[in-house]
Design a protein around this ligand. Structure first.
Ligand code: TXA
Ligand code: MG
Length: 313
């Protein structure tokens, strides 16, 4: 489905570009990633430069399947069970590095662990199989800004600093992957796979280590995902000097999901933030008010992103 916008030869060209040390933005089911070959230190260094990202923040490594992941990192029984259940999909596992992993130390920020993900999107799968190597990729947005869920967002944010953009249309999940540390499984970042689904698979509550200020993930920085205009949450009636992002019965200028569907709201979130930010600029309004959103299932990941968008800069 996703590949309708990107002909097959473009995937081959993108794979060749990556193998030659280039940067390729590509769609996953969560958000667009800014990819480089994870074994090529110079290419990985360009990711940090292009995003303006601090280099102490490690990157997620993308591989086509669990066999490829197992060449890089060790899996305990619980990690194996989680990978079996949720890969390919919006789950990232932080695992111990194996000897001879071959990754640039920039990818892991010199830590003994690596964050790995097997994306489900057709185009991501096709690219990873064509590259036949691990691809390091953060979200394809300037550091601290709104994530990209469409190829146009990537072009607006990063422009010609990227060698190629594969266009797969809109990302169906729309929120970054859920990140778990393993041994024992601990939630590091809420994301596109609801914690409830992981808890159901584990058969027990998931411990959380999402302490703000303790930077294990830049998405855990207090201010992140930020539009240009300041954001205020939980607003049923917008102030006259604000544009209003609605949800459910709170109509707003733009609505994340008139049907109060959290999956649809997640898929729309970053695109609507890009659009409502542009609307605020066009109308000369200085704030974005956001309607209340229930804190359950994907609602928790949506609120996590919105709170960081609303945090003091
Ligand atoms: O859905 C996603 O996860 C997207 C797509 C492109 O795959 N990627 C993404 O990457 O959101 P990024 O860089 O924006 O966020 C990855 C997070 C970072 O916050 C980073 O700190 C964390 O993963 N991370 C990477 N390696 C880690 C490690 N060894 N231990 C703990 N956290 C790690
Ligand atoms: Mg990001």
């Amino acid at each position: 489905m996703a590949s309708s916008r990107t002909p097959r030869h473009d995937v081959a060209a993108a794979a060749a570009c990556l193998r030659g040390g280039g940067l390729v933005a590509f769609p996953t089911e969560t958000v667009y990633g800014l990819g480089a070959l994870a074994t090529d230190g110079r290419a990985v260094a360009r990711i940090f430069a292009v995003k303006g990202r601090p280099s102490f923040n490690p990157l997620i490594v993308h591989v086509a399947d669990r066999a490829a992941a197992a060449r890089i990192a060790g899996f305990d029984a619980e990690a194996l069970a989680l990978a079996d259940r949720f890969w390919p999909g919006p789950l990232t596992l932080v695992l111990p590095l194996r000897d001879g992993h071959g990754l640039s130390p920039l990818v892991t920020a010199g830590q003994p662990t690596v964050a790995i993900r097997v994306p489900a999107a057709d185009l991501a799968q096709a690219l990873l199989r064509a590259v036949d190597g691990p691809v390091a990729a953060p979200s394809a947005n300037p550091s601290g800004r709104i994530s990209a869920t469409r190829a146009e967002h990537v072009r607006e944010g990063l422009g010609d600093r990227v060698d190629m953009v594969l266009d797969g249309g809109a990302c169906p999940v729309g929120l970054e992957s859920t990140i778990l540390r393993t041994g024992p499984a601990t939630l590091l970042r809420e994301g596109g796979l609801p914690a409830e689904a992981i808890e159901a698979a584990l058969g027990h509550p998931l411990p959380r280590d999402v302490t703000p200020g303790r930077v294990q993930a830049p998405g855990q920085l207090a201010s992140h995902y930020a539009p240009s205009a300041p954001v205020r949450l939980d607003v049923t009636e917008a102030a006259p000097d604000a544009v209003h992002l609605g949800f459910g019965p709170v109509a707003g200028d733009l609505n994340l999901s008139p049907e109060s569907d959290l999956g649809a709201a997640a898929a729309n979130l970053f695109d609507h933030l890009h659009r409502i930010d542009a609307l605020a600029r066009a109308r000369g309004l200085e704030r974005i008010d956001v309607a209340p959103i229930p804190e359950q299932g994907l609602g928790r990941a949506i609120l996590d992103r919105l709170r960081r968008a609303a945090a003091p800069r």
